[in-house]
Design a binder for this molecule. Structure first.
Ligand SMILES: NC(=O)c1ccc[n+]([C@@H]2O[C@H](COP(=O)([O-])OP(=O)(O)OC[C@H]3O[C@@H](n4cnc5c(N)ncnc54)[C@H](OP(=O)(O)O)[C@@H]3O)[C@@H](O)[C@H]2O)c1
Length: 271
């Protein structure tokens, strides 16, 4: 199967904007090959002005011609979007969906025989540091489709997983930015309590988590090894770590991921 040239977005909201930024500004995808259908005319104008893409309030002008379709509407708007476009897509168009909680089986009903990729991104995509996990249907597997990998690694990291792990992905990286925001806020409070001005404390907390995360990713070392390296005998860091262990921070984080994973499973069953 040939490489995807043109791509049509259905929905031009927050996530679509972040993906467009990665495609146009980082992987330098030609904006004349990108089309967006978005309900709100002012958002169409904004996306056109920012990225040079063609954006309109209907998909009719492009849906029958594009090589790939990226579904980026809210879950509750999906049925209406599918009614509008499913019968009009090219017979071999690749379908990429970021719609949370929608399984491949449901998308296969709407697009029988098409290569389909289900993606779970997260909001740091909007600053080029997203974490996306994607899963293929059999047809996408057969053509070894690289479109999603290219698109989502342009705005962060992307990994392929089995669909059965999508709830766990939701529990960790999907919901994870909120855990990190909470940690940054709590560390800032600690800094303020220790006498730092609030604005400095917030920068210090955020930059410290960012730097530590980069060290894990760039050195490939186990986080425990990196922690050991900064924990000198009878020093300040071990005094802080001791309190975190006493308060069960590690267990709380494990439980948070498990609770969000279970909630994702429950919400999936309600659909
Ligand atoms: N935000 C996250 O953290 C996150 C993480 C992972 C996955 N996701 C998934 O990403 C998807 C998009 O999220 P988002 O935050 O970008 O949503 P959003 O900002 O609400 O964007 C969706 C846009 O699509 C428009 N729309 C709805 N139906 C349409 C149709 N048939 N044709 C064209 N445009 C249509 C909406 O317009 P109206 O508002 O006028 O209807 C809205 O502007 C969701 O399914 C969400 O589950 C989000």
């Amino acid at each position: 199967m040939e490489k995807v040239q043109s791509i049509g977005f259905i929905g031009g909201g927050m996530m679509a904007g972040a993906i467009l930024d990665g495609m146009v500004n980082r992987i330098k995808k030609n904006p004349t090959e990108i089309f967006v259908s978005e309900r709100r005319q002012e958002r169409c104008d904004e996306l056109h002005d920012m990225y040079g893409v063609s954006a309109s309030t209907s998909a009719d002008s492009f849906i029958g011609n594009v090589d790939a379709v990226l579904l980026a509407v809210k879950p509750q708007a999906l049925d209406a979007a599918l009614d509008e476009i499913a019968s009009k897509v090219k017979s071999d168009a690749r379908i990429i969906s970021i719609v949370a909680g929608v399984p491949l089986a449901r998308l296969e009903k709407a697009f029988p025989g098409h290569p389909i990729v289900r993606v779970m991104p997260n909001t740091p995509l909007s600053v080029g540091e997203g974490m996306s996990a994607y899963t293929f249907n059999d047809a996408a597997e057969a053509v070894k489709d690289t479109t999603a990998e290219e698109i989502f690694s342009s705005c962060g990291k992307a990994v392929k997983v089995a669909e059965s792990l999508m709830d766990a992905v939701t529990g960790l990286s999907g919901s994870g930015p909120a855990y990190a925001f909470l940690m940054i806020d709590a560390l800032s409070d600690g800094g303020v309590m220790a006498g730092l001005p609030r604005d400095y404390a917030r920068i210090m907390a955020a930059q410290t988590l960012l730097g530590a995360a980069k060290m894990v990713l760039e050195t490939g070392k186990h986080p425990d090894a990196l922690r050991d390296a900064v924990t000198s005998p009878a020093g300040t860091t071990i005094a802080g770590v001791r309190v975190m262990e006493q308060q069960g921070v590690r267990g709380a984080l494990i439980d948070a991921v498990m609770a969000a994973t279970r909630r994702s499973e429950e919400l999936g069953k309600l659909k």
